[in-house]
Write a protein that binds this ligand. Structure first.
Ligand SMILES: N=c1c2ncn([C@@H]3O[C@H](COP(=O)(O)OP(=O)(O)OP(=O)(O)O)[C@@H](O)[C@H]3O)c2ncn1[C@@H]1O[C@H](COP(=O)(O)O)[C@@H](O)[C@H]1O
Length: 108
């Protein structure tokens, strides 16, 4: 079942599989090929997501978006970037834009 914990669970699974046998683990197989290959996969999945958004249906876009997020998470893990750092950056931007929005509102 999906929840806000889905990405946290996936991050833990990716970390645990990183050193597994590349024969039995796709995450390990990608890591064995190195960050360049993982980054290339992120680029491919991003392109497929764009194509799905512009030419395909809801189900195709959901599938491609899942592939993109998964491969991005494998790349972050390979570069030792915790998902928490990315989420904190998004939180920070939310705060910054919230402040800008408040500042642009006319005072009563
Ligand atoms: N979410 C995913 C996930 N999404 C996509 N994929 C795999 O991503 C691959 C994408 O296929 P491609 O044809 O693009 O790639 P490819 O055939 O390997 O070819 P290359 O381009 O790499 O040469 C497929 O093998 C999919 O199975 C995933 N593999 C794993 N996960 C998650 O990662 C967890 C750990 O997986 P393992 O490392 O395999 O145990 C799993 O339990 C899942 O939760």
């Amino acid at each position: 079942m999906s929840s806000p914990d889905t990405l946290a669970r996936l991050e833990a699974t990716i970390a645990a599989r990183r050193a597994a046998d590349p024969e039995s683990s796709y995450v390990a197989k990608l890591n064995a090929k190195g960050p360049r290959k993982i980054a290339q996969k992120v680029g491919e999945e991003a392109t497929e997501t764009v194509i799905a958004a512009l030419t395909q249906d809801h189900e195709a876009l959901v599938g491609e978006a899942a592939d993109l997020i998964f491969h991005l998470m494998v790349l972050l893990n390979a570069k030792d970037v915790p998902l928490a750092d990315v989420l904190a950056e998004l939180d920070r931007r939310e705060g910054v834009s919230g402040i800008a929005e408040k500042a642009s509102r006319p005072k009563d």
